[in-house]
Design a protein around this ligand. Structure first.
Ligand SMILES: *[C@@H]1O[C@H](CO)[C@@H](O)[C@H](O)[C@H]1NC(C)=O
Ligand SMILES: *[C@@H]1O[C@H](CO)[C@@H](O)[C@H](O)[C@H]1NC(C)=O
Ligand SMILES: *[C@@H]1O[C@H](CO)[C@@H](O)[C@H](O)[C@H]1NC(C)=O
Ligand SMILES: *[C@@H]1O[C@H](CO)[C@@H](O)[C@H](O)[C@H]1NC(C)=O
Ligand SMILES: *[C@@H]1O[C@H](CO)[C@@H](O)[C@H](O)[C@H]1NC(C)=O
Ligand SMILES: *[C@@H]1O[C@H](CO)[C@@H](O)[C@H](O)[C@H]1NC(C)=O
Ligand SMILES: [Cu+2]
Length: 581
């Protein structure tokens, strides 16, 4: 009923937009309409054929380009035969539309095979974003794409550029995502291993490295005509111009480092927020993050240059991902004569920390409140539960309930999840530098209920994992908000560390990393009515329980589509309401 009404209302505006879309002008229209079908299909992302989760026959999914203030409407049809699906719009805060956040069991019921769900939300802030599956490990299966929001009409970016490119980075396994889920959930635990290939815009080269052409490597040298699914997308540039590269990482596991031979990069945007311009030779990017960098094409225009992506933070067993920066004054098929840039050592954490500390808010950006109302300390540990290997936060490993939280909280269905609030801290005598003495933890699905419009500090505390001397990187992503990154530190967080918080120009972001054996302090204002996931963006870690759930102002949430509630206890409620009227 309401669906049909809104479709009639949209009528003419959408048409205008469809036609003008081609020329990137959509002046009159503010609604951008997409019809998507998600399906498994054969694809060769790295020259080896496998099965990917594609959208409308494409991998990665179509890029959405919009202007700040626009409304995006995606009619998503599930053409997978035996599993549900949802899509999360990573970095879009979903003010007023928390049901469109695309998190299964949190904001909505997974969309059943054959069904269509309509996502409708506003993109309120210019920036570089992406979207991806948020059910099981569907992101690993290849369900992702880019979402670029340009500044609104009459607005200007605080920097100039002549052209732009999109670099969506991901990692790829030859073992399918469903087998990976089984491996991670097995007793004894089976690790999925490192990815076979790093992909740039969904393209990589397994067993036929481009670099083999210029090194003495014995691996075969692939020749590309350019139309292969795995041939690298070459960036064609003019000399003496400035280009914006929009780089985002939707990797399942890998932390990455990006370099461009001979070219410095000036970072200007992080996660949809402007930052103080800072020149770097190489850029660290963790899963869930995005950056814009400017490059100036001031190098020898008779040459081409490598763009290389390599693994950080884990001993790399995956070759560099490569593509080429081509000065159009020379042939695009000419490979750079030098070897690709060598990235910093995978375990040079000092390099990574110094990089993270260079990222500061652009002058004039919103500043954090100077005090907080509530501080939640979240200890990240690896544990066992009945012999299964898990990750836990304050000793609780998250297992999502069958009834989505948003509907459950709004309709006060107290049987839908643990009503007890999860712990705000961990035992004082817990030694974060040593493996747990008792490795047991428990499953849970409780919610941190936040008072609406209060300021919340989160201290993410890293710790030793199950093996002695091992502590991993975890990039934490918050849905529904940006947070200020107040600081990073070593060892166990102490009260005195709070005196060193950066309250002057902390960057606003939606993803921040905790370094091995370290802590990271975040601050955000709970001003967005809804239920929001906060989790490690490494997909196997989330699958193993590494996340928590925040809720605020849910009584203010209106117009949740019934389709978002049609499962679990909210589904039963809908049926009983229907039979009573
Ligand atoms: C890699 O390429 C070599 C040479 O073409 C081939 O013999 C080998 O089987 C390939 N390996 C894989 C895993 O495809
Ligand atoms: C490749 O091999 C040649 C001859 O063996 C040697 O001179 C050259 O330095 C090698 N190049 C690289 C990049 O290893
Ligand atoms: C990293 O930095 C710390 C603190 O500045 C220093 O003590 C340590 O030696 C550095 N490590 C390496 C490998 O450079
Ligand atoms: C841990 O859990 C197992 C059951 O999986 C139990 O046998 C064992 O006693 C527990 N260990 C401790 C120290 O509680
Ligand atoms: C975590 O929970 C388990 C199971 O309830 C318990 O045995 C263990 O002592 C707890 N560990 C910590 C650090 O609280
Ligand atoms: C269904 O009925 C319950 C109880 O009467 C009410 O609280 C709830 O708002 C109704 N839900 C919908 C979606 O109409
Ligand atoms: Cu993690």
């Amino acid at each position: 009923m309401s669906l049909r009404k809104s479709m009639v209302n949209r009528g003419l505006l959408i048409l205008t937009c469809f036609f003008s879309f081609v020329i990137q002008l959509c002046l009159a229209s503010k609604t951008r309409h997409f019809k998507w079908e998600v399906e498994y299909m054969y694809w060769s992302p790295d020259c080896m054929e496998g099965v990917v989760m594609g959208i409308n026959g494409q991998f990665p999914g179509p890029t959405i380009r919009a202007v700040a203030g626009d409304t995006i409407v995606v009619e998503l049809t599930n053409r997978l035969h035996t599993e549900g699906v949802v899509i999360h719009w990573h970095g879009i805060r979903q003010f007023g539309t928390p049901w469109a956040d695309g998190t299964a069991s949190i904001s909505q019921c997974a969309i059943n095979p054959g069904e269509t769900f309509i996502y409708r939300y506003k993109v309120d802030k210019a920036g570089t974003y992406f979207y991806h599956g948020h059910y099981g490990m569907q992101r690993s299966a290849g369900l992702y794409g880019s979402l670029v929001v340009e500044v609104g009409e009459g607005q200007k970016e605080p920097f100039h550029y002549d052209g732009e490119f999109n670099l969506l980075l991901s990692d790829w396994w030859h073992k399918g995502s469903q087998e990976q889920e089984v491996a991670l959930s097995s007793k004894p635990f089976r690790w999925i291993g490192e990815p076979q290939t790093l992909l740039i815009n969904g393209r990589g080269q397994y067993n036929c490295s481009l670099a083999a052409h210029v090194t003495n490597s014995s691996s075969p040298q692939c020749q590309f005509r350019g139309n292969e699914q795995c041939s690298p997308q070459i960036l064609h540039v003019q000399p003496h111009k400035t280009y914006r590269l929009r780089v985002s990482s939707t990797t399942a596991l890998a932390s990455l480092n990006l370099q461009i031979g001979n070219h410095k990069m000036v970072m200007v945007e992080a996660d949809g927020n402007y930052i103080q311009p800072v020149a770097v030779d190489d850029l660290d990017i963790y899963s869930g993050e995005s950056y814009s960098v400017l490059i100036h094409t001031d190098q020898d225009p008779s040459k081409n240059y490598w763009i290389s992506v390599s693994v950080r933070g884990r001993e790399p067993k995956t070759p560099q991902g490569l593509t080429i920066l081509n000065y159009q004054t020379t042939s695009a098929s000419k490979l750079p004569t030098s070897t690709p840039p060598v990235s910093p050592l995978w375990n040079d954490y000092n390099h990574s920390k110094s990089f993270s500390n260079k990222i500061l808010a652009l002058m004039g950006s919103p500043k954090p409140p100077t005090t907080y109302n509530r501080r939640i300390i979240l200890l990240n540990t690896q544990n066992t539960i009945n012999g299964f290997t898990k990750w836990a936060i304050n000793n609780i490993s998250l297992t999502l309930p069958p009834t989505p939280y948003l509907g459950a909280i709004k309709h006060r269905l107290s049987n839908a999840f643990d009503q007890k609030s999860p712990p705000e801290n961990f035992p004082n005598d817990y030694d974060v530098m040593k493996p747990p003495t008792n490795t047991n933890s428990t499953y849970g699905n409780g919610v941190y209920m936040l008072e609406f419009r209060t300021t919340v500090d989160v201290i993410l505390q890293n710790a030793n994992a199950l093996a002695t001397g091992v502590s991993e990187i975890h990039p934490w992503h918050l849905h529904g908000h940006d947070f200020w990154v107040l600081g990073y530190g070593e060892g166990k967080f102490r009260e005195k560390d709070a005196k060193r918080f950066n309250l002057k120009n902390p960057p606003l972001r939606n993803t921040a990393v905790i370094f091995p054996f370290g802590w990271t302090a975040l601050r955000f204002v709970a001003d967005n009515p809804g239920v929001w996931a906060f989790h490690c963006h490494i997909e196997p870690h989330l699958h193993m329980g590494m996340g928590v759930v925040f809720a605020e102002g849910v009584h203010l949430v209106k117009d949740v589509p019934n389709h978002a509630l049609a499962c679990g206890l909210t589904g039963k409620m809908l049926m009983s309401n229907y039979s009573h009227h």
